[in-house]
Design a protein around this ligand. Structure first.
Ligand code: GRF
Length: 204
């Protein structure tokens, strides 16, 4: 099974997926990593793992539609079974979302439906919540609004800062994203209508 990963930055989630693949725990192979940021550190991680790393800078396109069209072409050349968004910081056009509907996952640093959008850790701290976390979800046209497949919680401590909370949440992201990808590639996680359905899964 073939996986294409889209990134914009550090790629720590990409690294977790690469590590899982190296332990035969991903259920498939990452065949390409594509970044809209030419200098994304994640591209280096991909190259070091021997994975095709492609920079596709959005600045070179006149419109979101033009960029997403080019992105679709590059992605489809790699014939993915699954498209994984791992810190890909761009809003996708409906055309793009519908092209990959049901075979595109994202990871978001909050317990959705709480805190869609940016600055999730700061907002959670400002609200004084005691539980925060991350969510893997199918991507639909609604930003951070697609059906949730898997979540992990973290306890918020009194002295947590944005940085400490982010670190705790990211550690959980790195645990759950490879699991959700494996479930999908094994055919046990599916988008069914408006919900994510999970069949017969056992946690490692
Ligand atoms: C993660 O916090 C993820 O939840 C969000 O973007 C960040 C990406 O981090 N969607 P990294 O590039 O995987 O380190």
């Amino acid at each position: 099974r073939r996986v294409v990963v889209l990134i914009s930055g550090s790629g720590s989630n990409l690294q977790a997926l690469i590590d899982a693949q190296h332990h035969d725990a991903l259920g498939g192979r990452i065949v390409a990593v594509i970044s809209n940021q030419t200098n994304a550190y994640g591209l280096k991680r991909a190259r070091e793992a021997g994975i095709d790393a492609v920079a596709l800078p959005h600045q070179e396109y006149d419109s979101r539609e033009a960029y997403d069209g080019a992105l679709i072409k590059v992605i489809e050349r790699h014939e993915p079974d699954l498209l994984v968004l791992a810190g890909f910081m761009r809003i996708l056009t409906p055309r793009f979302v519908n092209r990959f509907l049901g075979r595109m996952l994202n990871i978001h640093p909050s317990l959705l439906p709480d805190y869609p959008g940016l600055h999730t850790h700061a907002r959670a701290l400002a609200d004084g919540v005691t539980t925060h976390g991350c969510s893997v979800h199918f991507v639909t046209e609604q930003l951070d609004g697609g059906p949730v497949a898997l979540q992990a919680e973290v306890a918020v401590a009194e002295d947590d800062t944005q940085e400490s909370l982010k670190a705790k949440v990211q550690a959980r992201e790195h645990l759950i994203y490879p699991i959700a990808v494996r479930w999908f590639l094994e055919g046990r996680l599916q988008l069914r209508g408006d919900s994510a359905s999970i069949d017969d899964v056992t946690l490692p």
